[in-house]
Design a protein around this ligand. Structure first.
Ligand SMILES: [Zn+2]
Length: 235
């Protein structure tokens, strides 16, 4: 029994359909973990940002406490000065006390003003941390659910690919070696071993096909590879 070129092309096309699907599934298997790690990276980026703000907040707190201590010291000093000033005898001493009390009070007020400003910035930092932590948790949850989904889907994709690979083995057995070599060489190099003839042009690479080759494809007299890309041409 001899295989006609027409039959051969039909078989190669069936093989091509299987191969394209195998390729698609393989790409999906390769892409899926990348999508999960993208989400994990995003979560890590948000955690890094939150951690920076936390450090800034710790610094702000330390600065505020320093000022609060100073205020306490100044307040104690004020108490002391006030009680001392009640015992002064001369007017000169009284003026000196009054001036020092007023300076000390002004310094205490200034520091308390700074404490309030720092508290405000602390509140903003606190809110920002909460916001970043919420976003981080959302990304983590997304990554986790994607991972779970991916594992399930990948199981199904792997099973389909395995079935197709078995199917491919059977299809390949029936094919003449020479035709298979022509097809496979191009499939490995270009991802697809077949190209539709579009008028006088190869549908794979767009090259012009010679008159003779166009006739050969139309009459199915022999297998015709595109001279530019080597894909086997069909109508
Ligand atoms: Zn071509």
């Amino acid at each position: 029994m001899t295989t006609t070129t027409d039959e051969l092309i039909q078989r190669l096309l069936a093989l091509n359909t299987v191969d394209l699907r195998i390729r698609e599934l393989t790409e999906r298997l390769e892409r899926a973990p990348a999508a999960v790690s993208e989400r994990e990276e995003a979560a890590k980026g948000l955690e890094d940002k939150a951690s920076q703000v936390r450090q800034k907040l710790a610094l702000l707190r330390a600065q505020r406490r320093m000022r609060e201590n100073e205020v306490r010291g100044l307040d104690a000093k004020l108490e002391r000065l006030k009680s001392q000033s009640s015992n002064v005898r001369s007017n000169k001493d009284f003026v000196a006390f009054r001036s020092e009390i007023s300076n000390t009070q002004a310094e205490s007020d200034r520091l308390q003003g700074e404490v309030l400003k720092i508290l405000e910035v602390e509140e903003q930092a606190d809110a920002r941390i909460k916001q970043l932590e919420e976003q981080r948790d959302a990304e983590r949850a997304r990554a986790a659910s994607m991972k779970e989904q991916t594992l399930e889907q990948m199981g199904a994709v792997r099973a389909e690919r395995e079935a197709l690979q078995n199917d491919r083995k059977k299809k390949v057995e029936d094919l003449p070696k020479e035709a298979l070599q022509l097809y496979d060489r191009c499939r490995v190099a270009r991802g697809s071993g077949m190209a539709h003839l579009e008028g006088e042009y190869c549908g794979g690479c767009g090259a012009l096909v010679t008159r003779n080759d166009v006739y050969a494809v139309q009459n199915r007299s022999r297998l015709v590879p595109c001279k530019a890309c080597n894909r086997l041409l069909y109508l």
